[in-house]
Design a binder for this molecule. Structure first.
Ligand code: AMP
Ligand code: MG
Length: 511
């Protein structure tokens, strides 16, 4: 199958992982295969589509030279520190692609590991299809994300509220290093001793070259992360502070992209934030239909901690947890490193605002910057909130000549008098763009998709697949989501917001 595995993660100190094989399943059957991604990775898509390949994609048969491990990590979940780890995932190894990239190949739902706690190690078909659809939609939107190579049904049932079909997702990621992995490393260095956690017995007596390094685990992980994701910084004398800056920068850029398309992640726990800057862990996430900054979908997020408009603040909070793990590496006296780290974390809102403004300017066709742009964007958003306008369609509908001249003919909501005054301001502002209206329209269409994975359509595709074995809706949707900015989609049925009876107010964790 032309897997080309290396196992650099498994060369980290022992407490970072456990060697453990996937648990075979009774009747694996391929449900979805990402042919384009397979080819990109240098794998043979035809071979992967053959019935016997499902045995490999379920973990029943070993992919050549894979060496499965489960990764240990910790995390702040809804603000509370917990020891975690891959409770239902196996990292097969890092596949080296023909174009020279190193990507993790990971199964999700592949059986119990030493980190499973009370979980069954399994995943259900619906949520794995959901992760596949939404992660590939993010890819189509041009937003950094883990990818989905395949979903196989296991032929077994998993027991949630009901007995439902089980599945395994093959996830492809730049890596699975999380903020929570650093929190775990720092906890190891503090002498983590948690009865029952596999990492805890292994820590004591770890030595580097005979010299006890009190920060061995954090240092090993930070150096590894630098090599893998920020090689240009690896030799810098201030590399750990630089790592903080670089990770912050990628996260600021990422969250701004989420905001651009109306994405609510839903569980921004520190174990769900990557060091690579990819979006990870598609559980109760969803895209907004009507614009409301307080939008929350996740049934378990009762306080709105991870609401749409809160995401940058939460990213900053998570990054502060990350910074804490780097303090002892930044300076032998962690106290002395504090001002540098604090300065970095306090910079985050400005950093984010810069990315956000650039993205939102593009949505209004603006390339050059003027001081009033922020107010112009905010007042449109305020109006959208007041009238309950659809986030995606409002911006997409603005991106036409007709909308510039006679907006109400494009979308009746633009007939609102409060919109008219905003529209005049916007038109005046557009006149000051040096490269003309056509270029402005190009920018707008590149920043505002016609189609997003609206929840009711995601649910519809999943229901057809799970209930009737009909993958047609999923395939058709995926095709559209691969190029959501295409102007041929402007009349697409996928643009329709949900009718009232199909509105989704709550999503449930990806179990
Ligand atoms: P998540 O909410 O998906 O980020 O998962 C949080 C933690 O729970 C991770 O350590 C998962 O591996 C673990 N977990 C979630 N579901 C299961 C399950 N069914 N069996 C074992 N561990 C699980
Ligand atoms: Mg997770």
């Amino acid at each position: 199958m032309r897997w080309n595995f290396d196992h650099s993660y498994a060369r980290l100190p022992a407490p970072f992982f456990s060697r453990v094989d996937p648990v075979p399943v009774s009747a694996p059957r391929l449900v979805l295969l990402n042919r384009a991604l397979a080819e990109e990775l240098g794998l043979d898509a035809d071979e992967l589509a053959r019935p016997d390949a499902a045995l490999v994609l379920a973990g029943n048969q070993r992919a050549d030279a894979s060496d499965p491990i489960a990764q240990a990590y910790a995390g702040h979940q809804f603000g509370h520190f917990t020891l975690l780890g891959d409770g239902r995932a196996h990292l097969l190894g890092e596949h080296l692609t023909p174009d020279g990239r190193r990507v993790d190949i990971q199964f999700k739902g592949s059986g119990k590991t030493p980190y499973s706690r009370r979980g069954d190690g399994r995943a259900a078909l619906g949520p794995m299809l959901r992760e596949y659809l939404i992660s590939e939609a993010m890819q189509g939107l041009g937003i950094p994300t883990t990818r989905s190579l395949a979903v196989v049904a296991t032929g077994e049932r998993v027991f949630r509220e009901d007995a439902i079909p089980g599945a395994i997702l093959t996830r492809v990621a730049a890596s699975h290093i999380r903020v929570g992995t650093f929190e775990y490393a720092a906890a190891l260095d503090r002498g983590l001793d948690v009865p029952g956690h596999p990492g805890s017995q292994l820590v004591h007596g770890d030595k580097a070259g005979g010299v006890k390094d009190g920060n061995l685990h954090a240092r090993a992980l930070a150096d590894y992360t630098l090599q893998r994701h920020y090689p240009a910084l690896a030799e810098s004398p201030t590399r750990y502070a630089d790592l903080l800056d670089a990770v912050m920068d990628r996260q600021a850029a990422l969250i701004a992209q989420w905001m651009r398309v109306g994405f609510v992640h839903g569980v921004m726990n520190t174990d769900n934030m990557t060091l690579s800057g990819e979006t990870i862990d598609y559980g109760p996430c969803a895209f907004m239909d009507q614009y409301d900054p307080a939008t929350v979908f996740s049934s378990i997020d009762r306080q709105g901690r991870y609401a749409f408009a809160n995401q940058a603040r939460i990213a900053q909070w998570n990054l502060a947890r990350f910074a804490e793990t780097l303090l002892p590496l930044m300076d032998a006296n962690p106290e002395a490193a504090l001002p540098r780290a604090e300065e970095a974390i306090h910079r985050f809102p400005t950093l984010f605002a810069g990315y956000w403004l650039t993205a939102m300017r593009a949505k209004l066709g603006l390339a050059n910057a003027e001081p009033e742009d922020s107010a112009l964007i905010e007042s449109l958003l305020e109006w959208m909130h007041q009238v309950g306008a659809d986030y995606t369609n409002t911006f997409r509908d603005l991106a036409s000549r007709a909308a510039m001249e006679a907006p109400a003919t494009v979308n009746p909501v633009f007939g609102d008098p409060a919109f008219t005054s905003w529209h005049l301001r916007w038109n005046e502002r557009l006149k000051r763009e040096p490269d003309g209206l056509d270029q402005a329209l190009v920018r707008m269409r590149a920043a505002s998709p016609a189609v997003i994975p609206r929840n009711h359509r995601v649910e519809e595709a999943i229901a057809a697949a799970v209930g009737f074995g009909d993958l047609g809706p999923a395939h058709r949707f995926l095709e559209v989501l691969a190029d959501p900015y295409d102007t041929r989609l402007d009349d697409s049925d996928y643009r329709q917001p949900p009718p009232p009876e199909q509105r989704v107010y709550q999503t449930f964790c990806g179990t």
